[in-house]
Design a protein around this ligand. Sequence first.
Ligand code: SF4
Length: 303
Amino acid sequence: MVKSIVSRIRSLKKEKNAVILAHNYVRGEIQNIADFVGDSLELARRAMETDSDVIVFCGVDFMAETASILNPEKKVLIPDPGSICPMAQMLKRDDLVKAKEAYPDADLLLYINTLADCKALADCVCTSANADRVVEAMDSDTVIFGPDRNLARFVEKRTSKRIIPIPEYGLCPTHHQISVDDLLLEKSKHPGAEVVVHPECVIEIQEMADCIASTSGMARHCSISDADEFLIGTEIGLIYRLERELPEKRFYPVSETAVCPQMKMHTLKKVEVALELERPVVSVEREIGDCAREAIERMLRIS
Ligand code: SF4
């Protein structure tokens, strides 16, 4: 059954000149058939570079929107349109308008985990892979930053800028629930393991880590580190990629419950149907897309 779906996906891809891009958190079965698996920054770059006519985006809504913004002439499909990032939903355009009024001289920098109508108001966008570099490159000494308050704390500690987080309680539910108790328990079970975490984790977890990086940065760290055991503090989908790429090393999740349900919504069957029917299509209103593209392209130039 799985074999026949996979071979159907392969032939549809060829027939439609399609590419499958997948985030590090999606199910293993999707990672196996994807043309590229990576973090938000890498996926944005791949989306911009592809010469395929159709992009099947296996990630959450804001990622597929970003691919569409960078490729308005291409067809971007999202196999399950219910794959909506709760963190991106926490920031509204009105919050940004108010923040810009309150801090008229500040730069507005948004995490890529935001919807297109918010990106359209931003001076620049960043990902977890480049947030500190992009913050430092902003013109103003004060930077309005949203929506993840944990990433905001991360950049605040690493840059010389004053960071104004918006909204006050923006966070990723999947990362925010990884607790210090979880980490202490896993450290007691694997005392020799390096601790590698994502900056969406709470600051107390970040402070206990040997490495803090985006998902692909975490994978790079594990590949070059001399250690052979790692405690991984992020969504558990990354462990599938790590075990596939580095079979000689051992990876343990800091929390088994760090699962993003939205990332797991894409299945092989849904990818097959999306390719077959060429829908659901992700599109962004032209005017919003043009403004948002400027903010994304500025990030790509900086990083
Ligand atoms: S892991 Fe967190 S930030 Fe990423 S898509 Fe899921 S809810 Fe959003």
